[in-house]
Design a protein around this ligand. Structure first.
Ligand code: SF4
Length: 366
């Protein structure tokens, strides 16, 4: 017999349980993922999304996805709370109520199978012990459950996401220290800076579905926040397109979100030619390998992306811009924005860049 490994064993138990229920629930078009949510609603009619998240240690995106699925199958109704119109209450429908006996029987059958050949006093002791272990796990998970924080919100924007009406959210903090940074207030957050209530942002997004088409995330540097991932799941579950504007120095997070399908458009801010990066971003020395990785990820992805460089006479020249173009060598859009350089001068430099970047043009948002 193999040695016991609690984590591996609980993972095997979870996956076996999932397989069993997924098969048995096929006729109801349900999967195991929705089952705990359905049972929680049935056992506490009028429960809120927040209560479900707390009880089940779910992130907001997972809950929203499962609730939407249950709603589309006609098993639950989501109604505005009578006490507070901004929150929602969940109720099971008559259709769900009529099948709950079957669900409980299924659950009992599975539990009996798991217990077979084990004395009942051992099972009782195991159940108590397992509950204590789960409570310990939950308390630490709750402590570590950081949510993304936004410090600015431009409610409607017609330019950020090409050909879409978007809303723009700004994260705080950045790993670069560009001397010409237009949002130093977001990079060097004041100690008394207050984040926007996430519930206000969520209410806004839920109410504007259909009117606004895309959510743009800028900073600071959004990709430095791994917790942004669960917010993106939530935004996608509402049907919005997502644009991320990044300095390209967190390729791992960006790649994960692209592969998961959370991102539709990336705008990559290119600061300068590789040999002049550090003077622009205020970090000495700076190795551009992370930026290279981001460029490679974008080129190999199926999503839309573009590059932007804001040009300053202190840092840039025709030689530097041609060197950037050679480095990127790409057919995608490359926007050159003037920081303090004459537009005529930029036009002249751009004409030399076209050999490597045929879609380079004046414009850009930074
Ligand atoms: S990367 Fe962007 S946000 Fe960060 S310091 Fe530079 S300009 Fe500011």
């Amino acid at each position: 017999m193999r040695q016991s490994d609690l984590f591996m064993d609980s993972s095997i138990l979870y996956r076996s349980t999932q397989k069993y229920f997924d098969k048995k629930l096929q006729d109801y078009h349900l999967t195991y993922a929705q089952l705990p949510v359905l049972i929680m609603v049935y056992e506490k009619e009028g429960i809120s999304l927040q209560e479900i998240a707390l009880q089940g240690v779910y992130d907001k995106g997972t809950i929203t996805k499962n609730v939407q699925k249950l709603e589309s199958l006609g098993f639950i109704e989501v109604l505005p709370s009578k006490k507070d119109k901004r929150s929602k209450e969940l109720y099971t429908t008559t259709q769900a109520k009529s099948m709950m006996v079957d669900i409980y029987n299924l659950r009992m059958g599975w539990w009996k199978h798991l217990n077979s050949n084990i004395p009942s006093e051992l099972i009782d002791r195991f159940s108590d012990l397992f509950l204590s272990i789960t409570e310990n796990a939950k308390s630490l998970a709750d402590q570590n459950d950081t949510l993304i924080q936004f410090y600015d919100h431009q409610k409607v924007n017609l330019k950020e996401y090409p050909d879409h009406i978007s809303t723009v959210l700004y994260t705080g903090g950045c790993n670069f220290q560009c001397s010409n940074c237009p949002r130093k207030d977001l990079v060097f957050l004041k100690q008394n800076q207050v984040e926007l209530p996430l519930s206000d942002i969520e209410n806004y997004l839920e109410k504007r579905k259909g009117m606004i088409q895309a959510v743009c995330i800028k900073g600071g540097e959004p990709c430095m926040h791994p917790e942004l991932g669960s917010f993106l799941v939530y935004v996608k579950s509402l049907g919005y397109k997502v644009l991320i504007e990044t300095n390209g120095s967190y390729p791992e997070n960006l790649q994960e979100w692209i592969l998961e399908g959370y991102v539709d458009y990336v705008r990559l801010l290119i600061k300068n030619a590789p040999d002049a990066y550090e003077e622009c971003i205020g970090i000495h020395p700076y190795d551009v390998s992370k930026i290279n990785k981001t460029i490679q990820i974008l080129k190999e992805s199926n999503i839309e992306y573009s590059y932007v460089t804001t040009v300053y006479s202190k840092f840039h020249s025709q030689e530097k811009l041609v060197s950037i173009s050679k480095w990127l060598s790409d057919n995608t859009l490359y926007e050159i924005k003037s920081g303090d350089v004459d537009i005529q001068q930029l036009e002249d430099w751009i004409s030399k860049m076209k050999v490597y970047m045929p879609n380079v043009r004046i414009g850009g948002i930074s």
